[in-house]
Design a protein around this ligand. Structure first.
Ligand code: GDD
Ligand code: MG
Length: 342
């Protein structure tokens, strides 16, 4: 059985980290987000199709060096085709019932159980569901007690939302769904295809599950997932190889080759590889990009430092993004595809 992982898109809400890398390679506890997802796939999934476009070279390079125990096919779209278009573009690799997964989600969904639920209902499409308070950034469903979905609205105004149950970003689909998607076009699965499947087949189901669900759409959720998983694993910090830590790490993750000077306090922060942090530095709720330097006496709170940046001694900053380099030429000015503009 095949799984398509939707790993394209620019991740514009995660700038400047996504100026220099594919969103799906962002590290969560020092492991790319996409590997957390691949590790959660059932054993019956033997082939994984990665639907990629922006920074696909990085994804290719990563998988050429790391064996994740499944056959990996990198399906490069040239230009982003949206969630539906990317699924259609993977059609040539699909041999029957298949999974489609958003790559920016960390959750406790048991995909085996979802597939069984799909089979039991003789469903055309089954999607995972999760309750949230604020539904406006998600796909929202109207679902019956037996799990049958009777309507799906992508990113509704709060007053138009049919419930508080959202599309949690994992689908089990029958091949007939592919017949609804036009080839080579920018197509949104959520806006254009799901409503038609509901209407035409009356076999569109939602699968609720227990545990946790978090999407990594923004910097704040990226930090939150890091804290949450450290707590879940009962860890105070996560540390890569070749690190020298003279300061204190609290609920933080640091990558490989990180130096932290004495008297520095790193709290609820993510530090990427090859970073140098001086002495008497306070970091709280920050993300520090690769090859960056935070010099002595800095105090940073709610700061994102892009890759290859240098922060001068004794800088005090709060709630901002540090990116002094030109925006990459191949990066859009505004969000495209499925995301909302913020
Ligand atoms: N290959 C490819 N091509 N992948 C894409 C493209 C594209 O053009 N556009 C987006 N993706 C990938 C993203 O990388 C992500 O993994 C997934 O498709 C969903 O796109 P997002 O841009 O992250 O959408 P969203 O977060 O606004 O909304 C989606 O996720 C919500 C749950 O987090 C929708 O599926 C909502 O209905 C859902 O509730
Ligand atoms: Mg998303």
């Amino acid at each position: 059985m095949e799984a398509i992982i939707l790993a394209g898109g620019f991740g514009t809400r995660l700038r400047p980290l996504t100026y220099t890398r594919a969103k799906s390679l962002l590290p969560i506890l020092n492991k790319p987000m996409i590997i957390h997802l691949i590790d959660s796939l059932p054993s019956e999934i033997d082939k994984v199709i990665l639907a990629v476009n922006y920074r696909k070279d990085q994804i290719e390079e990563y998988f050429s060096k790391h064996d994740c125990g499944k056959e990996i096919i990198i399906n490069d779209e040239k230009t982003p085709l949206g969630t539906g278009g990317a699924t259609k573009y993977a059609e040539k690799h699909i041999t029957g019932r298949f999974l489609v997964l958003n790559s920016d989600i960390i959750c406790s969904l048991n995909l085996d159980k979802m597939i069984n639920f799909h089979k039991k209902n003789n469903s055309a499409a089954t999607i995972s569901l999760w309750p949230v308070k604020n539904v406006s950034e998600f796909g929202v469903v109207d679902v019956q007690k037996d799990g049958k979905i009777i309507s799906f609205v992508e990113k509704p105004k709060p007053e138009d939302a049919p419930s508080n149950l959202i599309n949690a970003g994992a689908y089990c689909l029958e091949p007939l769904v592919l017949d609804y998607i036009k080839k080579g076009r920018l197509v949104s699965m959520e806006k254009e295809i799901f409503p038609r499947i509901i209407n035409d087949t009356d076999r569109f189901y939602g699968f609720k599950f227990q545990g946790y669900w978090m999407d990594i759409g923004r910097i704040s959720s990226f930090l939150e997932v890091n804290r949450f998983l450290l707590d879940l694993k009962k860890l105070d910090f996560c540390k890569g190889v070749n690190c020298i830590v003279n300061g204190v790490l609290k609920k933080s993750t640091i990558g490989d080759n990180v130096f932290i000077g004495s008297n520095s306090d790193i709290k609820e922060t993510i530090v990427f590889n090859n970073v140098k942090i001086g002495y008497n530095v306070i970091l709280s709720n920050c993300v520090i990009g690769e090859n960056s330097e935070i010099n002595n006496g800095c105090k940073l709170e709610y700061i994102v430092v892009g890759d290859n940046e240098k922060i001068k001694e004794k800088t005090t900053l709060e709630n901002t993004i540090i990116w002094t380099q030109p925006k990459p030429k191949d990066y859009p000015d505004k969000q495209i595809g499925n995301a909302v503009i913020n």
